[in-house]
Ligand binder design. Sequence first.
Ligand code: GAR
Length: 221
Amino acid sequence: MTKGRTDSLPMRIGILGSGKGSNAQSIFNAIGEGKLRAEVVCVLSDVEDAGILDRARRQGVPACFISAAPFKTKLDGEAEEAYIRTLVEYGANTVVLAGFMRMIKAGMLAAFPNRILNIHPSLLPAFPGMASWKQALDYGAKVAGCTVHLVDGGMDTGPILVQKAVPVLEDDTPETLHARIQIQEHIAYPEALALVAGDAVSFLGRRVVIGRARDEQGANP
Ligand code: GAR
């Protein structure tokens, strides 16, 4: 059983992403609007021309392409070391996966214990993996959504921080459903980060408690 707690630290975020970076933008916006007390110290991408790097540069945030070759679906080996080294050099204490399409392995988990968050475009544990909005549509689900969770060694597993639901409409295409989910993602990610930034998050198994879990205070028999 997972048992532990995140630390309450001034939040210094390193964002990892592979795509257009709309979630990263929602985090920049939340910080700019004073809704999230945090600083984005760097944005790293495994895709050289990813939009997320342009968005970071427009914010004046250091933006680096770091190849994750030779692996296709995971961050491991020398590439993992390069990501960790860069995050540490920029002083990151929290890693935010925002459309980073690779599995996180043991080295990164050990470098940032309980401080790696991910956003996934489904109501986990339903539809882990790729193109989850399409999985939901193809399955015939009536409700879809997004999940922000702490990252553990599994694929889209780990204690859940925030979830948002959206309806699946009869005339939805994969694109219209993903767009509706993304509107909620842009609310959910800053909300989850504000929870972690504002107070230590305790978790017991899969259950996240903001503040100290009762059993840690000795209140549970
Ligand atoms: C988001 O929908 C995010 O949930 C998804 O990639 C998209 C990135 O969009 N992540 C995954 O599917 C991870 N399993 P963005 O680049 O506009 O933030």
